[in-house]
Design a protein around this ligand. Sequence first.
Ligand code: FPP
Length: 257
Amino acid sequence: MNTFDYTICPPDLDPTRLPRHVAVIMDGNGRWARRQGFPRIAGHRQGAHTLKDLVRCCKDWGIPALTAYAFSTENWHRPLEEVDFLLVLFERLLRQELAAMDREGVRLSFIGDLSPLPSSLQQEMTHAVQATAHNQVVHFSVAVNYGSRAEITHACRQIAQQVQQGQLRPEAVDEQMLEQYLYTAGTPDPDLLIRSSGELRLSNYLLWQLAYTEFYFTDVLWPDFDRAAFHQALWHYQERDRRFGTLKHQEPESRAG
Ligand code: FPP
């Protein structure tokens, strides 16, 4: 069995062909906790540690963008205590980790409808985004109260309003324009999507942005998704032949880099 020094990019990966943007669906926190005999929230706490190290790993290995699904529009339907715990956890983590992330060159963004979140959390988010806006090592986006269908609907509504007001001709509406109205405007699409815990669904995550993304599903539960598991995912990614609908391996100019 190979043992790797995971503080640096493993030597069996080609550093020139790493994904430029990885998206993750962090699933399996509850099951992880139950298996250890803990309440579900312990899984979220451990999952947050895993996520923190993944951000650092992206920095260490040279992956410039990571987007994590932390809370979906459907997650409000979970028991009140779990929702409250997650919201408090987000806020506490932001407060505790912001300085370290800033030092390490992490730029933070949030995608989703943030308006129903507690105002103290919204303030921490705004502060974190502003404080790290100049950083360029890793762009870390967190999807909170995010749903892809709502995102696309919101974009369409904004475009429709412009057409109604005569500021836009319907023929001028194209894919590039619609992208500018998504929460992810300006961020290249993910090259790799990872979902943990053996579930094989997208769960309303980045439906537009994942059009040409490679998918990797693993049985590993999110709290156990360590650097070795990430290494596996990247190794499989590098085995893929990305054709973007063409015959040979090539990346269209707009998607390269
Ligand atoms: C899904 O597992 C996980 C979530 C809904 C929450 C994810 C949140 C974190 C890992 C905390 C991250 C913190 C920040 C600051 C972004 P599940 O509860 O659905 O697991 P199960 O399917 O086993 O029940």
